[in-house]
Design a protein. Sequence first.
Length: 324
Amino acid sequence: MAFKVVLGRRLPEAGMAVFAARPELDLVVLDNPAPAQWHAAIADAHGTLCWLEKMDRAALAAAKQLRVVSRIGVGYDTVDVPACSERGVAVMVANGSNDLSVAEHAMMLLLTVARRAVDIHNHVAGGGWWPPGGLRMVDLAGKRALVVGYGRIGTRVAQYLKAFRMDVAVLDPGFSPHRIAADGFRPARDLHAALGEADVVTLHCPLSPATHHLMNPAAFAAMKPGAILVNTARGPVVSQEALVAALRSGHLMGAGLDVLEVEPATPGNPLLTLPNVVISPHSAASTEEGMNRMARISAQNILDVLDGKADPAMMVNPEILQAG
């Protein structure tokens, strides 16, 4: 049987090569389609590979023959997983593809804020040398860090922080305190109590109703004065309004952000003008190596489902295998 596969946009060559090895596929490559174009293209598709395209009930209603939704990367907040499961549509993610890249990026953001790298570079590039107010940088060694979310990325970040001789606590209700302690980290049980002890807070939890605005005004008030926040998870995990207030007041030393509540950043976003903020454009996973890993796994996930050999380790909804 010839399958039709629709890509929201072209993959890096490592992913396109996976599809090229199956010339019988009817492969359609779009370019950041509008919803109407997306729905029309997937009307007779058996598989889709999504970037920012939404796979909600409206999209599923348009795609009568759909069997698999593959996401580039590991996030799936643009996919209505319950609706897919109702239809028996497999939702696949590229587990293990970007944890190294994102973890390194989180450390880059942390070090950039702690050492005020952008601010100082701009001062020197503008003809200055030693800033009039001093450097006001901080060491990481000896400080306390809180890792929120202990999945593949959070686990790596915790290890990197420990290598910097930080005292690392981990908060994740999905992991037992015994497991976290066995890995050499302090289990944290209460968010606000842990925030009050941390010099660095780094977020690696998925976006869900439980984590939406996890970092709200009360959470920022609980944070230790002079702390640094790093977010490479999802923008809505943090209340931007509360974050801006904490930064403007000086309660936080700074923030390193790879994600925002509204992306791309709007011109009036106050975070763009704050000197103690470093922002990257949701690019933590987008190293050359990371993109190739994500592309290759995401493409293979589609073929595996269509060939009847879906990898449960890559499935968000593996329960549909039992139902089938």
